[in-house]
Ligand binder design. Structure first.
Ligand SMILES: [Zn+2]
Length: 469
């Protein structure tokens, strides 16, 4: 692996314990680790020297919630203006046509966008295992895509077991049998999970939500995760419809259901967490549960505003997530920081959330949510996961009196000039290094239209390039 030195950084946001922000330093990277940080480092023989005089250097951002398969269902007219339950019911009819190629290209697309917006570690919550595909193919395709791009990837093995017949939301065609879910989840852990320091691939256990998974699967999943020392992830308290569903079907609030099925503890993180009451917020802190905050999706679906300011004051670990691309509709992680800052200010006022708060959430906060201390900061000995932003641009001009805050408050394309994962440059000059972006664009569009057509969306607009001959 080539040695790299980032020379004379305009600003380095370290996110170390002292939260040092250094100016004029070099960062020396060798074998996948940060080996030295300091002024005028002596690094003879270094293969790649990168001038960072006009650059802001930050720890790679970490995405704690996504659904890659949804990247092929962005901006669909029929659900552009729907709230969660209506949106899901319509999309299930498209998603049941999932196949191997769709998993592969949607994963390349989602992770490619993330890398280009400064993300170096991502999760994905794939909960869709329809009859049209062999379940084992899904993690295989996702890890193949992650390996090709060079991103650090924690897949979360999702599932749905409670179809309409059992009182759940999805059609039977996209739900799996309880025992198949548990068996395939365990197989995926055994095959892919690497718990070591600096791991590039992990698996966690992630039944989809209380309204499409049976309590038995939730309970057995918790046992399985703890047997293998992996983490637990699900959607919780995203909407009032979910709360109503749980009260009607189970006679309890969503969080009480989670306590019943042993889904509480420092190895658990929930996506969204908008509708916790005061007692539940305190319980989250007491149990050490983490939250993946997804402000764009929460605004897009009109779900509500999570109480992130209060969560942080209680010491709850909060990370950021872009959520699936059918409800965002981008994988722009840097853009999510800006939205997180602005949305909390709508609820609590101008001093509720600072640029450094959201930078911390997207780095150290997300790392804590994922139970990792090898990522989230730039320090000697840690893996070299780094995002570099060129601030010598039109969109940052006039904003350089506070470089780290400039990428939160200003900018419009949110692109990282360079992204380094595990000591390798994977985005250079705003482009993915290891894959052909053109091929991803064309295949993603083609597959997206094919799915729409199979689902019977005949009236949808199709650009000439994607019309069949
Ligand atoms: Zn989600």
């Amino acid at each position: 692996m080539a040695d790299i030195v980032l020379l004379n950084c305009m600003t380095l946001l370290t996110q170390n314990d002292r939260r040092d922000e250094l100016s004029g330093v070099d960062i020396y990277i060798s074998d996948n680790r940060v080996k030295a940080i300091g002024r005028n480092l002596d690094t003879p023989g270094t293969t790649e020297k990168i001038d960072c005089r006009n650059k802001l250097v930050i720890p790679g951002l970490i995405n704690t919630h996504h659904h890659f398969f949804q990247t092929l269902q962005r901006n669909i007219p029929a659900v552009q203006n729907a709230k969660l339950f209506d949106w899901l019911v319509q999309l299930y009819e498209i998603w049941r046509f999932l196949d191997e190629k769709i998993v592969y290209y949607s994963s390349l697309l989602g992770m490619g966008e993330l890398l280009k917006t400064g993300c170096t570690t991502t999760t994905d919550h794939h909960y869709l295992y329809p009859r049209s595909i062999d379940g084992a193919v899904i993690p295989a395709m996702q890890f193949k895509a992650a390996g090709e791009l060079g991103i650090r990837f924690s897949a979360t093995r999702g599932s749905m077991s409670m179809g309409k017949k059992q009182g759940g939301l999805p059609p039977e065609s996209v739900v799996q049998d309880d025992d198949d879910i548990l068996l395939q989840t365990e197989e995926a852990i055994r095959k892919y999970h690497d718990p070591s320091d600096g791991s590039m691939q992990q698996i966690h256990v992630a039944p989809c939500s209380p309204f499409n998974v049976s309590p038995r699967v939730l309970k057995e999943s918790a046992k399985l995760a703890r047997k293998h020392h992996v983490r637990l992830h699900t959607h919780l308290c995203e909407t009032l419809d979910e709360e109503k569903f749980c009260l009607e079907k189970f006679g309890k609030r969503p969080f009480a259901l989670m306590e019943d099925v042993d889904w509480v503890g420092p190895d658990v993180w929930y996506a969204h967490g908008i509708y916790f009451n005061d007692d539940e917020l305190q319980a989250l802190a007491d149990y050490g549960i983490g939250i993946a905050h997804c402000p764009a999706s929460n605004m897009r679906l009109g779900s509500g505003i999570a109480r992130i300011r209060e969560m942080r004051d209680l010491g709850i670990a909060v990370g950021l997530g872009v959520d699936g691309s059918a409800s965002n509709d981008t994988s722009d992680l840097l853009g999510e920081l800006r939205l997180a800052l602005l949305l909390q200010r709508v609820k609590y006022g101008a001093d509720a959330m600072t640029a450094r708060d959201v930078l911390e959430m997207a780095t150290l906060g997300s790392a804590k949510v994922l139970g990792r201390n090898d990522i989230g900061s730039i320090e000697v000995g840690k893996v070299a996961d780094i995002a570099v932003f060129d601030l010598d641009k039109l969109e940052y001009s006039g904003a350089l009196s506070d470089p780290p805050a400039a990428i939160v408050f200003s900018g419009y394309n949110h692109g990282a000039w360079m992204t380094i994962v595990n000591g390798r440059i994977v985005v250079r000059d705003y482009k993915l290094v290891n894959v052909d972006e053109r091929k991803i664009i064309e295949n993603s569009n083609r597959l997206s239209f094919q799915m729409l057509k199979k689902a019977g969306a005949a009236s949808v607009f199709v650009p000439p390039a994607y019309r069949e001959q």
